[in-house]
Write a protein that binds this ligand. Structure first.
Ligand SMILES: [Zn+2]
Length: 322
């Protein structure tokens, strides 16, 4: 969804200046959430609401609990005491920095603690999760796997225990599985539990239309499904490009992902890896638009999503809403 709001800033510098003014934040959020200008209660949908300037909230006349709501209610910003003047530039940074942005950079640039910055970025990554209900990939699809990781000291405690107890064929590395649709240049990537045939076939069946052409290297020997897909393989021991049969598109994505993970995010725990993969997918899939457009597209996804600190740290399941 492109909003093409005239007042959307077009550079980081402009975003910081623009959003330092509360009125600008207010206008931006209202345009984003209620494009026709009619503010409605998130709880009951009523238009009968009144603005309380003092507390910067609306009050709904409807008879229900949570009659008061703010610009943040029902978004990934809900319950955050941080002002939009910090949230919006932070969103600008993560949506537009090619290699990602670390919590230390946010801590320095936006004057919040590093822990707060880490939580802000994690919430924003939730907005960057692609909505995959838009159907399956078709045409020619480049399919590949990549190994990310993973010094054991950086691991989440629970993961560390598993790896230490069972050992793992992959050592400490996590496996990321990726599919790139050539027609649109869009990628889907996800962390998979292992490289077993079933795990990979599930991903392929769930994401790629039957009859599509899968292009991969020889790693597909163990899981290919000749009855369901046309499969073209390039043998990387001999050559990297054989006419149309190559995986250069998905390789580009891996190199961006690894640059971000190796440079910016030096110590990502495998527990959180999928969030960084989602983040890179979002920027990659929207690489052909301007920064202002990418910012609007990411912001359009903040509504209706939530992530609490307990969920983030694994103390509460992700799908439970408090
Ligand atoms: Zn209401």
């Amino acid at each position: 969804m492109l909003l093409c709001m005239e007042t959307t800033p077009n550079s980081l510098q402009a975003a910081i200046i623009h959003f330092a003014n509360y009125e600008n934040c207010h206008k931006f959020m209202v345009d984003l959430r209620w494009p026709d200008g009619k503010v409605t209660c998130p709880a009951c949908g009523s238009e009968k609401v009144i603005w309380l300037a003092k507390t910067r909230q609306w009050k709904c006349y409807g008879k229900h609990s949570q009659a008061k709501f703010s610009l943040k209610t029902g978004t990934i910003f809900e319950d955050s005491p941080l002002p939009l003047s910090k949230w919006l530039p932070c969103a600008w940074l993560i949506l537009n920095c090619k290699n990602g942005v670390s919590s230390y950079e946010i801590h320095r640039d936006l004057k919040v603690t590093q822990k707060t910055a880490w939580f802000m970025l994690s919430r924003l990554r939730l907005a960057m999760q692609d909505d995959l209900t838009g159907g399956t990939l078709n045409g020619e699809i480049e399919v590949d796997e990549s190994f990310i990781g993973g010094k054991i000291r950086n691991m989440h405690k629970s993961r560390k225990r598993i790896v230490q107890r069972h050992g793992s064929r992959m050592g400490n590395k996590s496996v990321v599985f990726g599919m790139l649709e050539r027609r649109t240049g869009k990628v889907r990537a996800t962390v998979i539990p292992d490289r077993k045939c079933d795990s990979i076939q599930n991903e392929v069946l769930g994401n790629i239309e039957r009859g599509a052409t899968i292009i991969s290297d020889e790693f597909a020997n163990s899981w290919e499904m000749p009855k369901k897909y046309v499969h073209q393989m390039v043998n990387h021991l001999e050559t990297y490009v054989n006419g149309n049969v190559h995986t250069q598109g998905i390789e580009n994505f891996w190199s961006l992902l690894k640059r971000g993970l190796g440079g910016t995010y030096v110590s990502v725990e495998p527990f959180h890896l999928f969030r960084y993969v989602d983040e890179q997918c979002f920027r990659f899939n929207n690489r052909r638009v301007t920064d202002a457009e990418r910012f609007e597209m990411g912001m359009a996804q903040i509504v209706g999503r939530r992530l609490t600190y307990k969920q983030l740290t694994g103390k509460e399941p992700l799908d439970s809403r408090p």
